[in-house]
Design a protein around this ligand. Sequence first.
Ligand code: MRU
Length: 429
Amino acid sequence: MPLRRIRERGNGELAAFCSEYSDCSISADKADQHPTVPPADRLRHTISRRTLQRRSRLVRLCSDKTETGNIERQETALTDYQTLHWVGDSLGYLVLIDQTLLPAELREISCRTADDVWEAIRVLRIRGAPAIGVAAAYGVVIGTQPVSSLSRSEFDLRLNEVTDFLASSRPTAVNLFWALERMRQRAAGMPGHSAADCHQSLLEEAKQIELEDREMCDAIGLLGSSLLASGMSVLTHCNAGALATAGSGTALSVLFAAAASGKQIHVFADETRPLLQGARLTAWELQNHGIPVTVICDNMAAQVMKEGRVNAVITGADRIAANGDAANKIGTYGVAVLARHHGIPFYVAAPSSTFDFSLADGSLIPIEQRNAAEITHGFGRCTVPEGVAVYNPAFDVTPASLITAIVTEKGIIHAPTTENVRNLLFAPV
Ligand code: MRU
């Protein structure tokens, strides 16, 4: 689908645009006063779901504070949205879709400080293991901007601070630490270079990480689609789609590739308590791609499987230990147990960057504990009596013995064990 790009100037025209698309949920001229709208430099796009559904296309409204003051309006196919992208040179900034607002609003925000990136990762504006890694890499570029014209020792000091800081945003997805380590290594490999050269190289490294992630997603999709036959109904948990990566996703990439090759696939999306990544994000992505999707509450998976409605399960992963034990969104382990009980294959789709070979098995994977309010006040309403104890682990670990196969960009690891993982990922090319 060709990209239509229209350039306009000034806020008046931005407002005119909004009245043209009269069902925009917040008009541009009111946006700054609206209590729920972030500051003007964060306002990127707000369009109601009704608009999206009716037009079946994404209209992206950008209000960059550029030197020229240009406002840029773009129309693309609804599947052409970018989860995150970099704008400008090494002094530029990161733009990402605020996933906390989906599916009601599709809004892009800009991150111009390391604090912005840290906060976006922490509160799940950007989430999903690969996407977190890419965002953090760009966060390093942003965080070192203030020292890019200072001495190399000052630059290195700040680089260490920024990587440590970003590493503290979330603990489970190993892609975060993997990407930060790549950024550190890139700088470490440039002794004697100026801070400016080093900073420029960091931007190149971040772009390379983003590019590789896209390629890994495509490869996973193509390889994984061979596991699915036309007419299958596939259950997935959480969101392992384009919104969780810089590309087409991991688990969902498999479904997109299968559908693109003409296979008829139906998907059950677990809603994924407590933050509803399945209902809000997976269902949104699949609907936009025209893939039939049915949302079920997490506690319905057993019944749906018992009724014979599920032919395969496929999920993503946040960290996979050397033996193939895979951490993923809380509830995945339960789905794997159910799949085994009902004789349904359970697949995990993840890039090699999600493997942590320093951990022998899944018991060593750190599990993020999140705020009780996500359970007691999910989406604004109090659903638990005040004072009641709440336990909110964000991830669980599915033992490799319950995983039929792990789909990576390098090939499919059938019946994962330490040996099978090693043989596939470290095979000479
Ligand atoms: O807490 P989240 O939304 O970041 O959890 C995300 C998941 O568990 C995904 O399934 C995982 O990161 C794989 S994304 C390709």
